[in-house]
Design a protein around this ligand. Structure first.
Ligand code: 13P
Length: 251
């Protein structure tokens, strides 16, 4: 059995006050969360210390949204995995489509960042997804499997076991246009089948999250799919009540 993971990606949103609000809301004794799920928020880097304090007593883990592949050096504006780990982060997103398209991260850069995260004992959440043009051209599987292979081919079997994968169709991110449960399940099944080519145990244990306009109203039917093991949530992870409902849908 795979432990579901509900992860919020705040992107360049939120505030110190929102970190506090989440910390308080999730540590209330009357809050009912399913047993045996993992919950994490990927906060903007300036909020890491606040997250460390506000989430310490509750069920929320936290992580970064990207990292540089070097530990330190003359890379103005960048953040290293060592720094994330120093603040108590346990996860880091790698290869989010916004990083790929807006900040020019190619497969080689994504791969180097995954390796850097693993070196720091962070759990990389490797993000994959096709654009609308690629889907319309019938290339969805080729694109996402290519993104998967670009990283997994470069890792050892022990390293592969330590990743989480998030399938986020680019056309569903921030658009309100969610993939149908069937569309998402089909891609997740293809990803798991490709992982089985590496190793059956790897495929069985790998957590595959869906992301792209997941919200309180559609989380349950997406999370009910056999190969969807959690969610990566943008907009709805900025609302305490919505995020709570999504977490409750994972039980
Ligand atoms: O990009 C996403 C999470 O990483 C998804 O964002 P939305 O949930 O806002 O569509």
């Amino acid at each position: 059995m795979r432990t579901p993971l509900i992860a919020g990606n705040w992107k360049m949103n939120g505030s110190l006050a929102l970190v506090e609000r989440f910390g308080e809301a999730f540590s209330q004794p009357e809050v009912r969360l399913p047993d045996g799920i993992d919950i994490a928020l990927m906060v903007p880097a300036p909020y890491l210390e606040a997250a460390r304090r506000a989430f310490s007593a509750g069920p929320l883990a936290f992580g970064g949204q990207t990292l540089h592949h070097e530990r330190h050096g003359a890379f103005t504006g960048e953040i290293s995995g060592a720094m994330l780990a120093e603040f108590g982060a346990t996860y880091v997103l790698v290869g989010h489509s916004e990083r790929r398209t807006l900040f020019g991260e190619d497969d080689a850069a994504v791969c180097a960042r995954v390796k850097a995260a693993l070196t720091e004992r962070l759990t990389p959440v490797l993000c994959l997804g096709e654009t609308l043009e690629e889907r319309d051209a019938g290339r969805t599987e080729a694109v996402v499997l290519g993104q998967l292979e670009a990283v997994f081919d470069a890792l050892s079997p022990e390293e592969r076991d330590r990743l989480v994968i998030a399938y986020e169709p680019v056309w569903a991110i921030g658009t309100g246009r969610t993939a149908t449960p069937e569309q998402a399940q089909a891609v997740h099944a293809a990803l798991r089948a490709r992982l089985a080519d590496y190793d059956a145990g790897l495929a069985e244990g790998m957590r595959l999250l869906y992301g792209g306009s997941m919200k309180a109203a559609n989380a349950a039917e997406l999370l009910a799919q056999p190969d969807i093991d959690g969610g990566l949530i943008g907009g709805a992870s900025l609302q305490v009540d919505d995020f709570l409902v999504i977490c409750q849908s994972a039980g």
